[in-house]
Design a protein. Structure first.
Length: 140
């Protein structure tokens, strides 16, 4: 059974798998992109510190102050994934390109795929996130 994540400031909601509740937290951060109003970052919380790091981004939901037409001209061929738009607001998602460095084996030749957090992050991005983004709804 999924749970709703509702953001009243930026007027959207989406469904999150219930199993994420114990492993994920959300924070609003500066994203450094021109015309971005906000970056809502969904992060995986590690069970314990991994090489001094306690969490990693799963995905960013970025809210832009611009029309869909302007967003297409600027970001259509970027790693950003368009989600929805409303008047002069565009919602897009960004996922990490690679697992974080703390998941690397000591010789740095590959990732430690046995880490529970590696398995969680892989499942979250590859299996859960497409369904989460499909569930996106604008709110009044």
């Amino acid at each position: 059974m999924p749970i709703w994540y509702h953001n009243s400031t930026y007027r959207f909601r989406l469904t999150i798998p219930k199993w994420w509740r114990k492993h994920v937290f959300v924070e609003e951060t500066a994203c450094g992109l021109k015309d971005a109003r906000a970056c809502i970052r969904f992060k995986l919380r590690y069970r314990k510190s991994i090489n001094g790091v306690v969490s990693t981004p799963i995905f960013d939901l970025i809210v832009f102050n611009m029309s869909k037409r302007n967003w297409d001209a600027r970001y259509k061929d970027s790693p950003l994934q368009f989600i929805a738009s409303s008047k002069k607001v565009v919602y897009a998602a960004l996922t990490p390109g690679e697992p974080p460095d703390e998941f690397l084996l000591p010789d740095q030749t590959d990732y430690n795929r046995r880490l529970r957090e590696f398995k969680y992050l892989s499942r979250m991005i590859n299996r859960d996130l497409p369904e989460i983004l499909k569930s996106f709804q604008l709110c009044k």
